[in-house]
Write a protein that binds this ligand. Structure first.
Ligand code: PMP
Ligand code: GLN
Length: 394
């Protein structure tokens, strides 16, 4: 045996995820964890009851490869109900181990080594790793906060990121970690470039139900734009919408040929997953509209609470239009580097946040930005704010 690192070279740049590092730090220090995005309350009771029932009534073996028919039907019906998108549950929908596997399997299914993937930075951390596993190359376009407090990209930079090797664009809207909701004009440019360069799109829409009522844009799936349905794999998952991040039930929808390609890969990654949870997610997807609007309103109140609290504590705050997250600039509190700031935050005041710098190739663009999650009970957010106010006192 050699003593060199056994890990393949393409994975060596990836250490432990920032979410695991920061959650471990929170446990170790007893800090309030506003780092990793997971709710601290359970999802809808109807869904939990259906899962318990499935566990007790013999749904504990391998489900079918593409997912149980009831869940695939519910995924298709949900997309018709909310986005007016038609997918055939038999052949155009596959259930995955969370959105994470859906994105990974899509990239692995579509990209040859050397193919390029256009994405927006800061990007969700698994994207870079999945692109690397495929031997593909990421071409990030930077989202920068403007004078109006909204993140935007330079259209010329996006245009320049597309080239002869571009295989697909990976688009996350509503966007983690910035909370940006891509506007119709921005999406139109993405679609235009996909059509012009004849590329695929993989859209990560796990926050599809978390666009706040004061956002500049409503959520618009890229697949609804002209010429896009036939080239788009649309990804979502139950974790965020139904507050069950540990269940890891996701799905991907698209034209049959693309979905078949994803299934080919997925069957050798996990084969199947979450047998007894699948019927429960089918129930949840069919909940009345009031569930989805109530969920959004609830998170919007929490956003408002945390945004106000962070501003009061002295942070520069970039209020999000959607998602679970708010970005804060640490400069006004004397911070020069988000990573250093987050590593010392538990000791300084007993709160954990995530430095967004780690989601950029151009780390300078995110150097002073950190992310707080507000998917927590109001009393937890209030306690975090009380603690953060101490930063100014010392
Ligand atoms: N994409 C984004 C943008 C996310 O924020 C997350 C975390 N929910 C995921 C993918 C992963 O989703 P899942 O837990 O369903 O794999
Ligand atoms: N999506 C969650 C976040 O952004 C974390 C998921 C994870 O830990 N991989 O915080």
């Amino acid at each position: 045996m050699t003593t060199t690192d056994p890990l393949v070279a393409r994975m060596r740049p990836f250490g432990t995820t920032i979410f695991a590092e920061m959650s471990a730090l929170a446990v170790r220090t007893g800090a309030v964890n506003l780092g990793q995005g997971f709710p601290d309350t359970d999802g809808p009771p109807e869904m939990l009851a259906a899962a318990a029932e499935a566990l007790r009534t013999g749904h504990n073996q391998y489900p079918p490869g593409p997912g149980i028919p009831a869940l695939r039907a519910a995924v298709a019906a949900h997309q018709r109900r909310f986005w007016n998108l038609e997918y055939d549950p038999d052949g155009e929908v596959v259930v995955t181990a969370g959105a994470t596997e859906a994105v990974a399997a899509s990239i692995l299914a579509l990209c040859e080594a050397g193919d390029e993937v256009v994405c927006f930075e800061p990007y969700y951390d698994s994207y870079a790793a999945s692109i690397a596993l495929a031997g593909a190359v990421r071409r990030p376009v930077t989202l920068r906060p403007g004078a109006d407090g909204r993140y935007a990209f330079d259209p010329a930079e996006l245009r320049a990121a597309f080239g002869p090797r571009t295989r697909l664009v990976l688009l996350n809207s509503p966007h983690n970690p910035t909370g940006k909701v891509f506007t119709a004009d921005e999406l139109a440019l993405v679609a235009e470039l996909c059509r012009e360069h004849d590329t695929y799109a993989v859209t990560d829409e796990v926050y599809e139900h978390l666009v706040f009522t004061d956002a500049a844009a409503a959520h618009l799936p890229l697949a609804t734009l002209p010429g896009m349905r036939e080239r788009t794999l649309r990804v979502s998952s139950a974790g965020k919408t139904f507050s069950c991040t540990g269940w890891k039930v996701g799905w991907v929808s698209g034209p049959a040929s693309l979905v078949a390609a994803v299934l080919r890969v997925k069957q050798f990654l996990t084969f199947v997953n979450a047998g007894p949870l699948q019927p429960a997610v089918a129930v949840a997807l069919g909940l009345p509209d009031a569930y989805f609007t109530g969920f959004r309103d609830d998170l919007q109140h929490r956003r408002d609470q945390l945004v106000a609290g962070l501003a009061d504590a002295g942070f520069g705050v970039l209020a999000p239009e959607g998602t679970y997250f708010v970005t804060a600039d640490v400069t006004a509190l004397g911070g020069r580097d988000g990573v250093d700031f987050c590593r010392s935050l538990p000791e300084r005041c007993g709160v954990v946040a995530v430095p967004t710098q780690v989601f950029y190739d151009d780390t300078a663009a995110g150097r002073r930005l950190i992310r707080f999650a507000f998917c927590k009970r109001p009393e937890v957010l209030a306690e975090a704010v009380t603690r953060l106010r101490r930063l100014r006192e010392h």
